[in-house]
Design a protein. Sequence first.
Length: 88
Amino acid sequence: MAGATTRRFEEIPPAIRSRCVEVACRQLTPGEVPVNAAAKISAELQREAVDVNQRSAANGREAVNPIQLATGLVLTASSKTTSAAMME
């Protein structure tokens, strides 16, 4: 059995915990999310674009979606870098 949760280990019922191995992952910082997302799709982000992303995203999904959309703009504009204006 494999499972993933954002709950604390103590919140998981003991019957489930006894059958699992705990693997804790470090939480990404707000700056790492857009940079990692851009790297996965081979996109370049200007520092200002990362700043815009950090201010507007409340979670990882909200950070990744605009990067994907802005990368589409970059490809359409024949540019190489995602700017802050594209992120806005």
